[in-house]
Design a protein. Structure first.
Length: 293
Protein backbone atom coordinates (compact mmCIF):
# COMPACT_ATOMS: atom_id res chain seq x y z
CA UNK A 1 0.00 0.00 0.00
CA UNK A 2 1.23 3.53 -0.78
CA UNK A 3 2.10 6.04 1.93
CA UNK A 4 -1.09 7.92 1.06
CA UNK A 5 -3.10 4.70 1.38
CA UNK A 6 -1.54 3.98 4.77
CA UNK A 7 -2.63 7.42 6.02
CA UNK A 8 -6.21 6.82 4.87
CA UNK A 9 -6.28 3.39 6.44
CA UNK A 10 -5.13 4.91 9.74
CA UNK A 11 -7.65 7.78 9.55
CA UNK A 12 -10.50 5.42 8.66
CA UNK A 13 -10.07 3.73 12.05
CA UNK A 14 -10.09 7.00 13.99
CA UNK A 15 -13.47 8.07 15.38
CA UNK A 16 -14.15 11.36 17.12
CA UNK A 17 -15.78 11.17 20.55
CA UNK A 18 -18.12 14.13 20.09
CA UNK A 19 -21.17 13.98 17.82
CA UNK A 20 -20.50 17.44 16.34
CA UNK A 21 -17.02 16.28 15.25
CA UNK A 22 -18.50 13.21 13.57
CA UNK A 23 -20.94 15.49 11.73
CA UNK A 24 -18.07 17.72 10.55
CA UNK A 25 -16.07 14.74 9.27
CA UNK A 26 -19.08 13.20 7.53
CA UNK A 27 -20.01 16.51 5.92
CA UNK A 28 -16.46 16.85 4.53
CA UNK A 29 -16.64 13.37 3.00
CA UNK A 30 -19.96 14.15 1.34
CA UNK A 31 -18.71 17.56 0.12
CA UNK A 32 -15.66 15.96 -1.50
CA UNK A 33 -17.09 12.82 -3.08
CA UNK A 34 -20.87 12.93 -2.79
CA UNK A 35 -23.86 15.19 -2.49
CA UNK A 36 -27.10 16.04 -0.71
CA UNK A 37 -30.69 16.18 -1.94
CA UNK A 38 -33.65 17.52 0.00
CA UNK A 39 -37.28 16.92 -0.93
CA UNK A 40 -40.28 19.19 -0.29
CA UNK A 41 -41.04 17.40 2.96
CA UNK A 42 -37.62 18.23 4.42
CA UNK A 43 -36.22 14.71 4.10
CA UNK A 44 -32.56 14.69 3.17
CA UNK A 45 -30.83 12.11 0.98
CA UNK A 46 -27.10 11.61 1.20
CA UNK A 47 -25.01 9.88 -1.46
CA UNK A 48 -21.29 9.11 -1.55
CA UNK A 49 -19.23 7.48 -4.33
CA UNK A 50 -15.67 6.31 -3.71
CA UNK A 51 -13.18 3.73 -4.95
CA UNK A 52 -11.45 3.55 -1.58
CA UNK A 53 -12.82 0.88 0.72
CA UNK A 54 -11.44 2.73 3.79
CA UNK A 55 -13.51 5.79 2.87
CA UNK A 56 -16.60 3.66 2.24
CA UNK A 57 -16.19 1.90 5.58
CA UNK A 58 -15.68 5.17 7.47
CA UNK A 59 -18.68 6.88 5.84
CA UNK A 60 -20.97 3.89 6.47
CA UNK A 61 -19.89 3.61 10.11
CA UNK A 62 -20.24 7.35 10.77
CA UNK A 63 -23.83 7.34 9.51
CA UNK A 64 -24.70 4.21 11.46
CA UNK A 65 -23.14 5.41 14.71
CA UNK A 66 -24.31 9.01 14.51
CA UNK A 67 -27.90 8.50 13.34
CA UNK A 68 -28.66 4.79 13.68
CA UNK A 69 -30.59 4.82 10.39
CA UNK A 70 -30.62 2.44 7.46
CA UNK A 71 -27.61 2.89 5.22
CA UNK A 72 -27.31 1.12 1.87
CA UNK A 73 -23.99 0.31 0.27
CA UNK A 74 -23.52 -1.08 -3.24
CA UNK A 75 -20.29 -2.43 -4.69
CA UNK A 76 -19.52 -2.42 -8.41
CA UNK A 77 -16.50 -4.11 -9.95
CA UNK A 78 -14.66 -1.84 -12.38
CA UNK A 79 -14.15 -3.82 -15.59
CA UNK A 80 -10.67 -3.57 -17.04
CA UNK A 81 -9.29 -2.33 -13.73
CA UNK A 82 -8.41 -4.21 -10.59
CA UNK A 83 -10.64 -2.05 -8.40
CA UNK A 84 -14.18 -1.56 -7.13
CA UNK A 85 -16.53 1.38 -6.71
CA UNK A 86 -18.57 1.84 -3.56
CA UNK A 87 -21.90 3.68 -3.44
CA UNK A 88 -23.29 4.68 -0.04
CA UNK A 89 -26.83 6.01 0.27
CA UNK A 90 -28.86 7.09 3.29
CA UNK A 91 -32.13 8.94 3.66
CA UNK A 92 -33.78 10.69 6.60
CA UNK A 93 -34.61 14.06 8.14
CA UNK A 94 -31.79 13.53 10.63
CA UNK A 95 -29.25 13.91 7.80
CA UNK A 96 -30.03 17.63 7.54
CA UNK A 97 -27.66 17.93 10.51
CA UNK A 98 -24.85 16.73 8.25
CA UNK A 99 -25.82 19.09 5.44
CA UNK A 100 -25.91 22.06 7.83
CA UNK A 101 -22.84 21.05 9.88
CA UNK A 102 -20.22 23.77 10.33
CA UNK A 103 -16.61 23.40 11.40
CA UNK A 104 -16.21 26.25 13.88
CA UNK A 105 -14.57 24.64 16.91
CA UNK A 106 -10.93 23.51 16.64
CA UNK A 107 -11.90 19.86 17.16
CA UNK A 108 -14.47 20.07 14.34
CA UNK A 109 -11.92 21.69 12.02
CA UNK A 110 -9.58 18.76 12.66
CA UNK A 111 -12.41 16.36 11.83
CA UNK A 112 -13.36 18.26 8.67
CA UNK A 113 -9.78 18.17 7.34
CA UNK A 114 -9.58 14.47 8.20
CA UNK A 115 -12.78 13.73 6.28
CA UNK A 116 -11.70 15.86 3.30
CA UNK A 117 -8.36 14.05 3.04
CA UNK A 118 -10.01 10.65 3.38
CA UNK A 119 -12.41 11.44 0.54
CA UNK A 120 -10.23 13.35 -1.91
CA UNK A 121 -6.70 13.66 -0.57
CA UNK A 122 -3.34 12.20 -1.50
CA UNK A 123 0.26 12.49 -0.43
CA UNK A 124 3.45 11.68 -2.30
CA UNK A 125 6.03 9.21 -1.03
CA UNK A 126 8.10 11.38 1.38
CA UNK A 127 11.30 9.55 0.44
CA UNK A 128 10.91 11.14 -3.02
CA UNK A 129 9.20 14.48 -2.42
CA UNK A 130 6.94 16.39 -0.06
CA UNK A 131 3.48 17.05 -1.49
CA UNK A 132 0.10 16.95 0.25
CA UNK A 133 -3.12 17.77 -1.62
CA UNK A 134 -6.91 17.58 -1.46
CA UNK A 135 -8.91 17.90 -4.70
CA UNK A 136 -12.11 19.96 -4.51
CA UNK A 137 -14.91 20.05 -7.05
CA UNK A 138 -15.31 23.84 -7.03
CA UNK A 139 -13.41 26.94 -5.99
CA UNK A 140 -15.70 27.91 -3.10
CA UNK A 141 -15.17 24.53 -1.45
CA UNK A 142 -11.41 24.80 -2.00
CA UNK A 143 -11.31 28.27 -0.43
CA UNK A 144 -13.32 27.01 2.55
CA UNK A 145 -10.95 24.06 3.07
CA UNK A 146 -7.84 26.21 2.60
CA UNK A 147 -9.05 28.68 5.23
CA UNK A 148 -9.72 25.85 7.70
CA UNK A 149 -6.22 24.42 7.15
CA UNK A 150 -4.60 27.85 7.45
CA UNK A 151 -6.38 28.46 10.75
CA UNK A 152 -3.75 26.06 12.15
CA UNK A 153 -0.90 28.46 11.19
CA UNK A 154 -0.15 26.78 7.88
CA UNK A 155 0.21 28.18 4.37
CA UNK A 156 -2.01 26.04 2.16
CA UNK A 157 -2.48 27.27 -1.40
CA UNK A 158 -4.96 26.60 -4.22
CA UNK A 159 -4.15 25.74 -7.82
CA UNK A 160 -6.70 24.97 -10.60
CA UNK A 161 -6.30 21.58 -12.27
CA UNK A 162 -8.56 20.82 -15.23
CA UNK A 163 -12.09 21.22 -13.84
CA UNK A 164 -11.08 20.96 -10.18
CA UNK A 165 -9.29 23.08 -7.57
CA UNK A 166 -6.45 21.58 -5.54
CA UNK A 167 -5.58 22.67 -2.00
CA UNK A 168 -1.96 21.75 -1.36
CA UNK A 169 1.04 21.94 0.97
CA UNK A 170 4.63 21.36 -0.16
CA UNK A 171 6.88 21.99 2.85
CA UNK A 172 7.86 18.94 4.89
CA UNK A 173 7.37 20.73 8.22
CA UNK A 174 3.83 21.82 7.27
CA UNK A 175 2.93 18.31 6.12
CA UNK A 176 4.07 17.05 9.53
CA UNK A 177 1.75 19.67 11.06
CA UNK A 178 -1.25 18.67 8.93
CA UNK A 179 -0.79 14.99 9.83
CA UNK A 180 -0.75 16.02 13.47
CA UNK A 181 -3.91 18.10 12.98
CA UNK A 182 -5.67 15.09 11.42
CA UNK A 183 -4.32 12.91 14.25
CA UNK A 184 -2.55 10.54 11.87
CA UNK A 185 0.17 9.90 14.44
CA UNK A 186 1.58 6.66 12.98
CA UNK A 187 2.02 8.27 9.55
CA UNK A 188 3.53 11.33 11.24
CA UNK A 189 6.23 9.19 12.92
CA UNK A 190 6.99 7.43 9.62
CA UNK A 191 7.32 10.79 7.88
CA UNK A 192 9.60 12.14 10.62
CA UNK A 193 11.85 9.07 10.28
CA UNK A 194 12.10 9.65 6.53
CA UNK A 195 12.83 13.37 7.06
CA UNK A 196 15.61 12.58 9.56
CA UNK A 197 17.23 10.10 7.15
CA UNK A 198 16.98 12.57 4.24
CA UNK A 199 18.47 15.38 6.33
CA UNK A 200 21.33 13.11 7.43
CA UNK A 201 22.04 12.11 3.82
CA UNK A 202 21.91 15.73 2.69
CA UNK A 203 24.24 16.75 5.51
CA UNK A 204 26.73 14.00 4.61
CA UNK A 205 26.53 14.92 0.92
CA UNK A 206 27.16 18.60 1.71
CA UNK A 207 30.21 17.70 3.80
CA UNK A 208 31.54 15.34 1.13
CA UNK A 209 31.01 17.97 -1.59
CA UNK A 210 32.71 20.59 0.57
CA UNK A 211 35.68 18.33 1.27
CA UNK A 212 35.89 17.37 -2.41
CA UNK A 213 35.87 21.05 -3.39
CA UNK A 214 38.64 21.77 -0.86
CA UNK A 215 40.69 18.84 -2.15
CA UNK A 216 40.26 20.00 -5.75
CA UNK A 217 41.24 23.52 -4.73
CA UNK A 218 44.33 22.24 -2.90
CA UNK A 219 45.34 20.00 -5.82
CA UNK A 220 44.86 22.82 -8.35
CA UNK A 221 46.97 25.16 -6.23
CA UNK A 222 49.72 22.53 -5.86
CA UNK A 223 49.75 21.93 -9.62
CA UNK A 224 50.13 25.67 -10.29
CA UNK A 225 52.92 25.88 -7.71
CA UNK A 226 54.74 22.97 -9.33
CA UNK A 227 54.43 24.60 -12.77
CA UNK A 228 55.76 27.92 -11.50
CA UNK A 229 58.66 26.34 -9.62
CA UNK A 230 59.56 24.11 -12.59
CA UNK A 231 59.49 27.14 -14.89
CA UNK A 232 61.89 29.05 -12.60
CA UNK A 233 64.18 26.02 -12.46
CA UNK A 234 64.23 25.62 -16.26
CA UNK A 235 64.80 29.31 -17.02
CA UNK A 236 67.07 30.88 -14.38
CA UNK A 237 67.53 28.09 -11.82
CA UNK A 238 67.38 28.37 -8.06
CA UNK A 239 70.87 29.73 -7.36
CA UNK A 240 69.80 33.39 -7.30
CA UNK A 241 66.75 32.75 -5.12
CA UNK A 242 66.87 33.74 -1.43
CA UNK A 243 67.57 30.77 0.80
CA UNK A 244 63.99 30.66 2.18
CA UNK A 245 62.41 30.64 -1.29
CA UNK A 246 64.91 28.08 -2.54
CA UNK A 247 64.14 25.78 0.40
CA UNK A 248 60.38 25.98 -0.26
CA UNK A 249 60.87 25.42 -4.02
CA UNK A 250 63.03 22.32 -3.56
CA UNK A 251 60.76 20.89 -0.86
CA UNK A 252 57.64 21.41 -2.99
CA UNK A 253 59.27 19.63 -5.94
CA UNK A 254 60.19 16.73 -3.67
CA UNK A 255 56.79 16.55 -1.98
CA UNK A 256 54.20 17.66 -4.58
CA UNK A 257 51.21 16.27 -2.65
CA UNK A 258 52.08 17.73 0.76
CA UNK A 259 49.69 20.23 2.38
CA UNK A 260 50.95 23.69 3.37
CA UNK A 261 51.22 22.55 7.00
CA UNK A 262 53.14 19.41 6.04
CA UNK A 263 55.34 21.43 3.71
CA UNK A 264 56.19 23.87 6.50
CA UNK A 265 57.26 21.01 8.80
CA UNK A 266 59.54 19.57 6.07
CA UNK A 267 61.56 22.77 5.61
CA UNK A 268 65.04 23.10 7.07
CA UNK A 269 63.67 25.82 9.30
CA UNK A 270 60.01 24.82 9.98
CA UNK A 271 57.44 27.42 9.04
CA UNK A 272 53.69 27.92 9.60
CA UNK A 273 51.00 27.69 6.88
CA UNK A 274 50.82 31.44 6.30
CA UNK A 275 54.63 31.69 5.97
CA UNK A 276 54.75 28.82 3.46
CA UNK A 277 51.84 30.32 1.50
CA UNK A 278 53.60 33.70 1.41
CA UNK A 279 56.81 32.17 -0.03
CA UNK A 280 54.88 30.16 -2.62
CA UNK A 281 53.12 33.36 -3.74
CA UNK A 282 56.53 35.05 -4.09
CA UNK A 283 57.70 32.16 -6.29
CA UNK A 284 54.57 32.51 -8.45
CA UNK A 285 55.23 36.25 -8.84
CA UNK A 286 58.81 35.50 -9.93
CA UNK A 287 57.55 32.93 -12.46
CA UNK A 288 54.99 35.41 -13.86
CA UNK A 289 57.68 38.09 -14.30
CA UNK A 290 59.94 35.60 -16.11
CA UNK A 291 57.07 34.68 -18.45
CA UNK A 292 56.46 38.35 -19.25
CA UNK A 293 60.14 38.83 -20.12
Amino acid sequence: MSFSGNIKEELSRHYAKARHCSLAELSAIVHMCGGFQEDAGGTCSLGVHTENIAVARKCFTLIEKTFNIRTDIAVRRNTGRDSSSYFIHARGKELLAVKNASAQAVCCKRSYIRGAFLAAGSMSDPSKSYHFEIVCGDEARAVHLRDIINSFDMDAKIVPRKKTFVVYLKEGSQIVDILNVMEAHIALMELENVRILKEMRNSVNRKVNCETANINKTVSAAVRQMEDISYIKETVGFDKLPEGLRDVALTRLEYPEATLKELGNLLREPLGKSGVNHRLRKLSEIADKLREQ
